[in-house]
Design a protein around this ligand. Structure first.
Ligand code: AQP
Length: 332
């Protein structure tokens, strides 16, 4: 089977519906036809300030939500990045073949560092894309499903793999990004031109996977729409309603025109009520399953440890080859 790699940062207690629709639902399907590696990228999460105890908790919670959403730890390799030391080790080696200017051109870094100011911006945030390249290249990955915001990082990964291969001989498979379509992008319910995000300033427009269903239903009912009153997809002029339609379609597997037809001539109240039901139905069981898993952290930790061992085997082979290729003396 071809190999797939993807991951998410444990940057909040709960994932949001954008992570679910934009990533987890696809991972769940792709794990059937790929040898898939899904990691909780905690080393990436510490590139911004973190509370240690809270990070540990968020890491477990993120893993539990992967499983609750249908990632099967017996089929895919679902593990915590820091459990496999080869990630940090390969990142160091790759940093020695990355140009300073090349890394400086990453737009995500430019955005984030201009937001934080240069003293609050860590060198780790600057080298974040190199660690991401290590994540992907360690597993001889064929495809990397990501949002379009990550496309530049996957391009860098490809450049680094090709450069390393041409300098030291064939070592890495050069991965292909699989960019999700615009229709898989979910926007904030209160600010429907901004991407829904775990670290949004206000959570009024964020639907959390682990929220009480009644709370999510309320957020749907309060979602920003427009004054036209017709349920119709028009991203430009009706971003709020369009976003709700996208969520509705993604969660039910229905086409947007069929949903528009169903609600033709009915008001937004009815439409939102329908969507609230869909959200509650989809997330209720995911939430329950995640809470069950979190009630037994020792068992969850065992599953993660067993999966880390699977990951380590593959990663270790690549790293040993890399060490040899660059000329590090083998420890006997
Ligand atoms: N709004 C979204 N619509 C569709 N897909 C989304 N993803 C995130 N938000 C949306 C996808 O979820 C995965 C998570 O990636 P991440 O945890 O590395 O962080 P992110 O992309 O930056 O997501 P967040 O929720 O906005 O996290 P924070 O606030 O921590 O930065 C990716 O596959 C992403 O495409």
């Amino acid at each position: 089977k071809p190999r797939l790699y993807s991951g998410m940062q444990p940057s909040a207690d709960s994932l949001q519906i954008g992570n679910y629709i934009g990533a987890l639902m696809q991972w769940r399907d792709l794990q059937q036809s790929y040898d898939a590696f899904f990691s909780v990228v905690d080393l990436h999460a510490i590139t911004v300030a973190q509370d240690p105890e809270h990070l540990r908790e968020k890491t477990r919670r993120t893993a539990a939500q992967y499983i609750a959403a249908g990632i099967e730890p017996s089929k895919s390799t679902l593990y915590v990045q820091s459990h496999v030391p080869a990630h940090a080790e390969l990142a160091w080696i790759l940093s020695t073949v990355t140009g300073f200017g090349e890394a400086g051109r990453m737009t995500q870094f430019k955005d984030k560092s201009s937001r934080y100011g240069s003293d609050a911006t860590s060198v780790g945030l600057f080298t974040y894309p190199v660690l991401m390249a290590a994540d992907i290249l360690l597993y001889q990955t064929d495809i990397v499903p990501v949002g379009d915001d990550q496309k530049q990082h996957v391009e860098l990964t490809r450049d680094l793999a090709e450069r390393f291969n041409s300098r030291f001989g064939q070592t890495f498979r050069v991965p292909m990004p699989v960019i999700q379509q615009e229709t898989a992008r979910i926007y904030d319910l209160q600010n429907p031109t901004a991407k829904m995000s775990k670290s949004a300033e206000s959570d009024a427009g964020v639907l959390w996977l682990l929220d009480e269903p009644s709370k999510s239903a309320k957020k749907v009912m309060r979602a920003v729409t427009d004054s036209e009153g017709s349920v119709r997809y028009d991203r430009e002029n009706k971003p709020g309603v369009s976003n709700l339609l996208v969520i509705y379609a993604a969660l039910t597997g229905r086409q947007i025109p069929a949903i528009e037809d169903e609600y033709a001539g009915r008001g937004y109240g009815d439409f939102k009520k329908g969507l609230a039901e869909v959200v509650v139905e989809e997330f209720g069981p995911v939430r329950e399953r995640a809470l069950e898993l979190l009630a037994d952290p020792a068992e969850l930790d065992r599953v993660l440890a067993a999966n880390a061992a699977k990951a380590e085997e593959v990663a270790g082979r690549t790293l040993a080859d890399v060490y040899d290729k660059v000329g590090l003396l083998r420890r006997v």
